[in-house]
Design a protein around this ligand. Structure first.
Ligand code: NAD
Length: 360
């Protein structure tokens, strides 16, 4: 359209013109880090999050506070909308008033085990929300639609390492099935409308502001406070743990490289760590021995994850650099300081009502 051409010309003439990014799930772990990195680059961030109580709202509020401080110190523009991506009216209002250039859709119900108990909620929050955004993205003609997928799409019997071209037709949890469904819907919108879409299959992400329901956080929290940890299986199960800064570099590279054909990339660390090795590393960093509660294997869990990064490296220049020990040290530094303040707020007997979040 002529308007798009004029906008593109304006951008080319002035490379400093900030682009307008819709970041969904911006109060969450990966969303808050991505939004922060965009603000530091001077971009305009339109943040959306429904602030659900899947984990501590004080932690999500803390993440939003970090974004507000970053915006204040960099002078970059940040706008926050509290609401759900499934809310077509709200999202249409945002697309209409905010003139979104690029979408970074990271909002989702994450977590494998709860999805087995509550599959309908996962379909709604993950699939319906993604389709709502895809519809608006093609209608408003955004430059690029980047969204979170997951290593869980590879299922239980995948050969290692996992390559993007491997079969993904045997998910072992409703969560994994919703992520695969999002990939299929994105590919459909690309095929039908030429919408550039990139799905990113994240492999167990950890780091400061990490998710309290995930093993890296839970293990550190429990070992540091002398509480037993639940160890599922014999400890030989392996995970490809990826540090948040490496993930953010991959997300930004994807946002910066729209491509004509629907694409999907692994974003992992390609350095798989067994559960036993992982626990030993945490014991060393925290300086305490773990008390182990031995549990049987969990349904829905896969025995190992391991990313083949050939494609992401070639197409996105993605090269993770953080070792598990360095990454877990950085996580522990955050846990021992900022997280303790969040925890205190969580444990306060009567928490004062938090001020309403600004909504535009
Ligand atoms: P998170 O739970 O910290 O963040 C997700 C945020 O989205 C939350 O703040 C939540 O309130 C919000 N949200 C959820 N559904 C919403 C909806 N329908 N509308 C608006 N807001 C909504 O999770 P995360 O670890 O940061 O994960 C981000 C994305 O990456 C998710 O799509 C997740 O499935 C995917 N992923 C994460 C990992 C990981 O290791 N953390 C691995 C694979 C994939």
């Amino acid at each position: 359209t002529p308007a798009a051409t004029v906008a593109a010309a304006a951008r080319a003439a002035s490379p400093r013109t900030p682009l307008r990014y819709l970041v969904t799930g911006a109060a969450g772990f990966i969303g808050s880090h991505t939004a922060e990195a965009l603000l530091r680059r001077g971009e305009c961030v339109i943040a959306v999050d429904e602030m659900n109580d899947y984990y501590s709202l004080n932690q999500k509020q803390h993440n939003i506070d970090v974004l507000m401080q970053t915006a204040a110190s960099t002078g970059a523009e940040l706008r926050f909308y509290r609401g759900s991506c499934e809310d077509e009216e709200l999202m249409r209002g945002i697309f209409t008033s905010e003139r979104i250039d690029r979408v970074c859709h990271l909002a989702a119900r994450a977590g494998v085990r709860p999805s087995i108990k509550n599959p309908h909620m996962y379909i709604q929050a993950n699939v319906t929300a993604t389709v709502t955004l895809l519809e608006l993205a093609r209608e408003f003609g955004v430059d690029n639609f980047v969204y979170a997928s997951s290593s869980s799409v590879y299922g239980q019997n995948a050969k290692v390492p996992f390559a993007e071209s491997d079969r993904t037709d045997a998910p072992v949890s409703p969560y994994a099935a919703t992520k695969k469904s999002c990939e299929l819907m994105a590919a459909t919108y690309n095929h039908l409308y030429g919408l550039p879409t990139i799905g990113l299959r994240f492999f167990t992400v950890y780091g400061p502001r990490g998710r309290p329901d995930m093993a890296p956080f839970m293990f550190v929290d429990r070992i540091a406070s002398g509480k037993p940890i639940n160890k599922f299986g014999d400890g030989s199960s392996c995970r490809d743990y990826t540090f948040i800064d490496d993930i953010v570099a991959g997300v930004l590279a994807a946002l910066d490289s729209p491509r004509p054909k629907a694409a999907v990339f692994n974003l992992g660390n390609s350095a798989t760590v067994s559960l036993n090795e992982f626990i030993a590393a945490i014991e060393e960093i925290v300086g305490r021995r773990a008390i182990i509660n031995q549990m049987p294997d969990q349904p829905g869990d896969v025995p190992r994850t391991f990313a083949d990064l050939t494609l992401a490296s070639k197409e996105l220049g993605y090269r993770p650099t953080t070792s598990i020990r360095d990454g877990m040290r950085k996580f522990f530094a955050w846990y021992a300081t900022e997280y303790q303040q969040i925890k205190q707020r969580d444990e306060a007997p009567i928490s004062p009502p938090s001020p309403p979040l600004s909504s535009h």
